[in-house]
Design a protein around this ligand. Structure first.
Ligand code: SAM
Length: 261
């Protein structure tokens, strides 16, 4: 009977794919791909000449949620037809990616076997390239628009990573980029949350080709308005204040420890 598996290629062409992902791609009956660019798609084609691109479901002005529904439907139709279907995505298939999660949930709800295998995400590359350990001060991750649309509790003593910064504030969910006006509102929000205007933030882009270098552009928060932000940019906001000791809890712990002596 049919099944679905979602795998990732990692970020760097040819360098990050796991043995598991490669095996799933080779052994599937039908392979669909939604990857970052045409070069990566060509590379997948070398493994599977018959790979089907999900890219044509995207279109400027079309809601991304509609494109996603159509992609999921295209893959599920083949699962229902009894095929072993593999969805190939760039990075980690389950990190800031709706299609793989929804496809798996849909397949399972219809009684099919469905699985996801981990891959190397932009987040993983970021920690390596920028020498950041998410455990040092803690690390919050948000989709930039979601941070603007909902009340969240930011902790300026932790790292803040904003995904999809290039389309921050896009309520139509169909633009390929937003501009200075949207960004000004995001900056305003961050200032209200305790980040100074001259706080240094980093526009990060992992290298996707072995010959390329990662982009790590340091700018003051205020300069984000005119920064070159692309669809593949992630914004790194370092801590703006030291962690505050929780004296009350430390005291309780001290009392607890002495009572155990
Ligand atoms: N599944 C992907 C992963 O594992 O990294 C993320 C997909 S998410 C839809 C797209 C966002 O991922 C971008 O807006 C950006 O924030 C981030 N991203 C994608 N490519 C990137 C790159 N080369 N460097 C840094 N961040 C990247």
């Amino acid at each position: 009977s049919g099944s679905f598996v979602a795998v990732g290629l990692g970020m760097m062409l040819g360098a990050h794919i796991t043995a598991r992902a490669r095996s799933e791609i080779e052994h599937a009956d039908i392979v669909f791909a939604l990857v970052s660019d045409a070069i990566v798609e060509c590379w997948v084609q070398e493994m599977r000449a018959d790979v089907r691109s999900l890219q044509p479901f995207y279109a400027e002005g079309k809601r991304r949620t509609q494109s996603y529904r159509e992609m999921i439907e295209a893959m599920l139709a083949e699962v229902r037809a009894g095929h072993r279907v593999c969805g190939v995505f760039y990075g980690h298939p389950g990190v800031f990616a709706q299609v793989p999660h929804h496809a798996i949930a849909q397949a399972r709800s219809e009684g099919f076997n469905a699985e996801m295998h981990a891959g190397i995400s932009a987040e993983d590359c970021l920690y390596a390239d920028m020498a950041i350990d998410p455990g040092t001060y803690g690390c919050q991750h948000y989709e930039a628009s979601q941070l603007m649309f909902y009340h969240r509790r930011l902790d300026p003593s932790a790292y803040l990573i904003l995904w999809q910064i290039g389309v921050a504030g896009d309520r139509s969910v169909s633009r390929f980029g937003t501009g200075p006006a949207h960004r000004r509102l995001l900056i305003e929000l961050l200032v209200d949350e305790g980040y100074p205007l001259d706080h240094e933030v980093i526009v990060y882009e992992a290298a996707t080709l072995p010959i390329a270098e990662p982009r790590m552009e340091r700018v003051p928060l205020s300069a984000l308005v005119d920064a070159d932000l692309r669809i593949q940019s992630t914004l790194v906001v370092p801590p703006a204040r030291p962690m505050a000791r929780n004296e009350a809890m430390l005291e309780k712990l001290a009392r607890l420890e002495s009572s155990l002596d």
